[in-house]
Design a protein around this ligand. Sequence first.
Ligand code: 2DT
Length: 210
Amino acid sequence: ASYFFMTRGTLIAIEGLDRTGKTTQTTKLINRLAQDGKDVELIKFPERTTAIGKIINTYLTDKTFQLSDESAHLLFSANRWELSQKIYDLLDQGKTVVLDRYVYSGVAYSSAKGLLFDWCYSPDIGLPRPDVVIFLKFKEEENFEREGFGDERYEVAEFQQKVKIQFEKFSGQDNWKPVFVDGKNIEEVGELVWKCYTDATKQALGPVQN
Ligand code: 2DT
């Protein structure tokens, strides 16, 4: 008889402030994982096509749409819960799952509006925990002053500053890997992102302790 062992796939979350190249780096990481022979699946949050996702999309794109901050927060969280079983299933099938935004965006954006951090975190407790969270950030605050922020609800420099402060509260978690993008080109950032992934995978193998 032959035995076939399959380990679960890796769960990777990519978080980042606006204008840090998060989308570009997510695409790059996915391509590299595929080249490395991984069966990769991307899930982007908010996932705007589900029942709850459609409401979120309206909320984000139509500034006249009224929703309390608490309601919006719980919808973003519920949107993750809509996908949680799918995430577990993909990992069980051995797939590498890349999440473009996740719990951390959920907490950071809502607490930046003034909601309590712990209150924001609690509806997400129990969701699948990423093996690694790659956080793209600027060292220099003046990057927020650059032009080019978009038109969606949150794409305002002043608000982005507040979001950054909330994101930083996750920096004590052992799966949290910051990547500074200042002055680096796409390839350089890509290498750092890849290193976060490979380090996390090594860590999962478990080094011999002395
Ligand atoms: P994108 O631009 O990446 O589509 O995000 N957001 C996102 C929240 O406020 N809470 C959440 O839980 C998530 C996942 C971040 C759209 C905006 O939605 C914000 C930016």
